[in-house]
Design a protein around this ligand. Structure first.
Ligand code: FE2
Length: 331
């Protein structure tokens, strides 16, 4: 079957009639093609780019040899998935947590929880890298050099971003710096890292720190996703992270502006992701997912379901943070 030719919303698969009908445990998740529904990350406007980011945009943008959506069928399928995820995504992007985030104390609460999503993002990314590239010795040629390029480019940025001339830092530690600037509690996240560094099992490490139950559930859902088949993990990476973050972080930046909160390091972190995820990582991750799912409708369906679960996990995290705002309303 050629991608983009058969269209049906996942969850209510319309079985084709006759001998060619597809059966089995994974009904065809045929994807709606809505030419008028543009991928939303394309609408993101980079904000206040620093010169370094402008150079990267011009270098890695339209001139990149890796470009997503260069196949009509893939574009149609991707738009269909976006349509299926639209409700969950819109719910998340219009979550009341953003508008409730008004005070420094609330920002501290937000960051003290969100830092775990910043940390577990790297598990998703590194799980993809471990599967798509060769990180063991002796080296063996990975099957898809283009997928290797995509994931290594993203790892290069996320794990060793250039934060100044000749200075490099992973985004997790960049986030910790932003937390310290506003005196948010970094201790649980640092204790988690320390416990893992000392060889502690991840579940035991999570048990050993002070972490909100909903945040723990979010991290657990991410760790579980990291065990899923690669195309599902890539869908979580795309729709639960790289595609989502630019708009999500734009909402938070709007909140910071409206509330007059300075948080300069946090603003830098957010702007960096709006730029890099919207301009580069999102399209790269889209291309990666298309490569992994190919023309297999069952894979596209599984990818969609995994993405939906990731969005729901994020919504539950935002719900919990919002409740924490209300519980600490007097602070
Ligand atoms: Fe990214």
């Amino acid at each position: 079957m050629r991608l983009g030719q058969r269209f049906r919303v996942c969850g209510e698969p319309k079985r084709a009639a006759g001998a060619g009908a597809q059966q089995g445990p994974h009904p065809p998740c045929e994807v709606l093609a809505f030419p008028d529904r543009q991928p939303q990350y394309l609408e993101v406007q980079p904000i206040q780019l620093v010169e370094r980011e402008k150079r990267e945009e011009s270098y890695d943008g339209s001139k990149s040899r890796i470009s997503a959506g260069n196949n009509e069928g893939e574009v149609a399928v991707m738009r269909g998935i976006e349509y299926q995820l639209a409700t969950a995504r819109d719910t998340l992007l219009h979550h009341p947590m953003y508008s409730a985030l008004k005070s420094l104390h609330q920002l501290r609460i937000f960051m003290a929880n969100h830092v775990f999503a910043v940390w577990d993002f790297m598990t998703v990314l590194k799980a993809l890298q471990s599967r798509l590239t060769c990180i063991t010795t002796p080296w063996l040629p990975p099957p898809d050099p283009s997928a290797v390029r995509i994931i290594n480019e993203i790892v290069l940025c996320e794990e060793s971003d250039e934060i100044g001339p000749g200075e490099y830092l992973d985004h997790f530690r960049l986030y910790l710096i932003a937390m310290r600037e506003i005196a948010a509690d970094t201790l649980p996240a640092e204790q988690l890292v320390e416990a893992l560094r000392n060889g502690c099992d991840v579940e035991a490490a999570l048990d050993s720190i002070s972490i909100a139950p909903a945040t723990r559930r979010f991290v657990s859902s991410t760790l579980e996703a990291a065990k899923r088949p690669t195309h599902e993990l890539a869908a979580v990476f795309l729709f639960g992270r790289e595609d989502l973050i630019p708009l999500m972080f734009t909402r938070i930046l709007e909140m910071l502006d409206a509330s007059g909160l300075q948080a300069m390091a946090f603003r830098t972190y957010l702007r960096r992701h709006v730029t890099i995820d919207g301009g580069q990582h999102g399209p790269r991750a889209q291309d990666l997912l298309a490569r992994l799912c190919g023309e297999d409708p069952a894979r596209w369906c599984e990818a969609t379901q995994a993405a939906h679960a990731a969005l729901e996990a994020r919504r539950a995290l935002w719900d919990s943070i919002l409740v924490s705002f209300h519980e600490n309303a007097n602070n």
